[in-house]
Design a protein around this ligand. Structure first.
Ligand code: WT7
Length: 635
């Protein structure tokens, strides 16, 4: 019986049970049979959920790039590893074979070594979605440097904060980058940040836009001439299974971003295993994840997961709306993509456009479609399932987090029957539990609670870089002995999970616990409402009251906003109860959102409170300009 590949529902249940009853045996088999190690482990794991200390494949020695590249060369050297699809559809796509990837990563690794980067050093990678980005990430892993990829949409301030937090020695960037009809001056942003980044010794600059950029003598170096001179083979550093692989920053609910640290062996095993099963990956498949490598989704499912399985992975530089709204569908058709993995926010925006954009393309190559990043609402689920998946491709709604390293709860295509808006069942090795306010585990089905994981898995983040105390407090103290996800979930009558959203968004009004999500759902049913966000604010009598930020569509003739506000409260009253009525309603033109489409509620909370003193880290916002506008029009 195969441990690595799940074949049918019975096999899934068998494997699941084994992973819970005999986790050591389960992960031992998977790690042993599917990877190359310099030296195997003494123990499968050594874990402590109280102290938040985790070791997987204890004392094993490995290099993840040996597993991503070298071991495929004998049989699959000429196979395409990466298809680069440029922003501009008129620019030719590039097919990078495993042989070529080996050479490029080796050259880059040699350049990094020559430039003084050593095992354990932090290298900040601030590049657009071009092959150099993939190569730079893998080159760091090859020599044991810890990569910290910073999304190329981030500002100088965000870059500076991330560089300084981890004390990076080097930045790898480019002259510029393309995104839709925009050109981004990345080198200019780096130049703005560098004076405040004392740890940076060198800046390597790749060419993408061929724009004229100033180079600072002794600090800045063009990458290409260095690569040209470098040898195209390299020895991989021998890493301990628990040596750090990368740091990736995620925004916390307060204060500065958290540098989540992932290590080598466990991350490798778990991303490979989940990629194989969640996407039903087969040898000839062409996999496309539309995320940016600046996010965990890109780390785990553009690069590591696919390459570990010897897959062909698409690296897309552009955006879904350029040159028009059919770009995604056109690229699927062009490269005969078999698995397509994107975010609900992209689906929702594309579903608002004419159906012709998607219907022009038969999309017959697709086998599996996936969703990640936020709850996918019923309407978006069906649009995606019907018009992209053609009702024949299983839609995998994958729940996970930067902290989890890999997918945790998801259907397995052709194995787990899907159910709209449900992430469905935990993958083998993952033990979710729902907890009530009294910190008790809620047994049985048809229940809701705070989602925790009660047993460690191989790719759990090991710490927050430089702040283990914060790591412990954020994830392991709310429910002692368990990892707290920060999400709420519902378990239906057959044990399927539906993630309902962050549980930090509960507001207590006159002693009643009110989830903001159901209130928003009620409001969104009003025909004039496009989107809404509800937060609590302090109230003399009720303790807290509710403040609604609401985006309207056209409200129709002969109606005014005061009427709409009244109707909204009536709807809430009808659906949830008068207790959930909004004390204040502010109509806004937009909401502060992160790039992954999440509303940054802590900013709205501050505005609702009338506290404009410090909005904390807003570097992950897509539209920071909206804050002032909302603030100025506060009611
Ligand atoms: C948070 C983690 C994991 C990669 C992208 C986001 C939400 C993620 C789902 C889903 C409902 C989801 C959760 C989670 N989330 N996937 N399928 N259904 N919610 O990574 O930025 O670390 O965010 O995203 O709230 O806690 P992230």
């Amino acid at each position: 019986m195969s441990y690595y590949t799940i074949n049918d529902l019975e096999h899934y249940f068998k494997m699941y049970k084994k992973s819970v009853r005999e986790p050591r045996k389960f992960w031992d088999r998977i790690a042993d049979e599917n990877f190359v190690w310099y030296q195997k482990w003494e123990k499968v794991f050594d874990v402590d959920m109280q102290e938040a200390k985790f070791k997987w494949f204890v004392d094993a020695k490995v290099n993840i790039t040996k597993n991503c590249i070298d071991r495929h060369l004998a049989r699959k050297g000429e196979k395409t590893a990466i298809i680069f699809e440029p922003n501009n559809p008129d620019e030719e796509a590039q097919h990078i074979s495993y042989n070529e990837l080996y050479k490029r990563v080796s050259k880059m690794a040699n350049v990094l070594r020559e430039q003084g980067v050593k095992k354990g050093d932090r290298v900040c990678i601030y590049l657009p979605m071009i092959p150099d980005l993939a190569v730079a990430v893998l080159a760091c892993a090859r020599i044991g440097a810890i990569h910290s990829v910073v999304f190329a949409g981030f500002s100088a301030g965000a870059l500076e904060a991330r560089v300084n937090d981890c004390g990076a020695k080097m930045v790898i960037t480019s002259d510029g980058g393309y995104r839709g009809d925009k050109t981004i001056n990345l080198k200019g942003i780096v130049d703005e940040a560098m004076p405040k980044c004392p740890s940076i010794e060198k800046v390597l600059v790749a060419k993408r836009t061929n724009s004229d950029v100033p180079m600072q003598e002794g600090r800045d170096f063009w990458l290409q001439p260095l690569l040209d001179k470098a040898l195209d083979n390299s020895v991989a550093e021998i890493m301990d299974s628990e040596d750090p692989l990368f740091i990736l920053y995620t925004s916390g609910s307060t204060g500065k971003p958290k540098g989540m640290l992932h290590t080598t062996g466990g991350y490798m095993v778990y991303t490979a295993y989940t990629f194989k099963n969640v996407f039903n990956y087969q040898d000839e498949d062409i996999f496309w994840c539309t995320a940016d490598i600046g996010w965990i989704t890109g780390h785990s499912y553009i690069l590591y997961g696919p390459l570990l399985n010897g897959a062909t992975t698409v690296l897309f530089e552009g955006v879904p709306s350029y040159p028009d709204f059919s770009r995604f569908w056109e690229v699927i058709e062009k490269h005969k993509v078999t698995q397509f993995y994107t975010a609900p926010t992209a689906i929702r925006s594309l579903s608002k456009e004419s159906l012709e954009y998607v219907q022009k393309f038969p999309l017959r190559s697709l086998k599996v479609i996936g969703s990640v990043g936020e709850p996918i609402n019923e309407e978006a689920w069906h649009w995606y399932n019907d018009h992209v998946g053609g009702k024949r491709c299983p839609l995998v709604d994958t729940w996970w987090q930067t902290e989890t390293g890999g997918i945790m709860i998801s259907p397995i295509p052709f194995v787990t029957p899907t159910k709209p808006t449900y992430a469905s069942l935990p993958l083998p090795g993952i033990q979710p539990v729902l907890m009530d306010e009294l910190r008790n585990e809620i047994e049985g089905n048809q229940v809701t609670g705070s989602l925790c994981i009660k047993f460690p898995w191989p790719s759990i983040a090991r710490t927050i870089w430089g702040d283990h105390q914060r790591y412990k407090e954020t994830y392991f103290t709310a429910f002692p002995g368990k990892y707290f996800t920060g999400d709420g979930a519902l378990r239906d009558e057959v044990g399927y999970y539906r993630i309902t959203g962050r549980v930090d968004d509960v507001v207590i009004v006159s002693g009643h616990n009110l989830g903001t999500a159901p209130i928003e759902d009620a409001i969104n049913e009003h025909p004039a409402v496009a989107e809404s966000a509800i937060v609590g604010f302090p109230h003399d009598i009720k303790g807290n009251a509710l403040y609604g930020f609401i985006i309207l569509k056209e409200i129709g003739e002969g109606r005014d906003r005061a009427n709409v506000a009244k109707e909204i409260n009536q709807l809430i009253s009808d659906q949830i109860g008068p207790i959930a009525k909004l004390d204040k309603i502010q109509f806004v033109s937009g909401l502060p959102k992160t790039r992954s489409g999440k509303i940054m509620r802590r900013i709205l909370r501050k505005i609702a409170e009338g506290d404009f003193s410090n909005f904390g880290d807003t570097s992950t916002l897509l539209n920071p300009e909206i804050i002032d506008q909302i603030k100025n029009e506060r009611v």
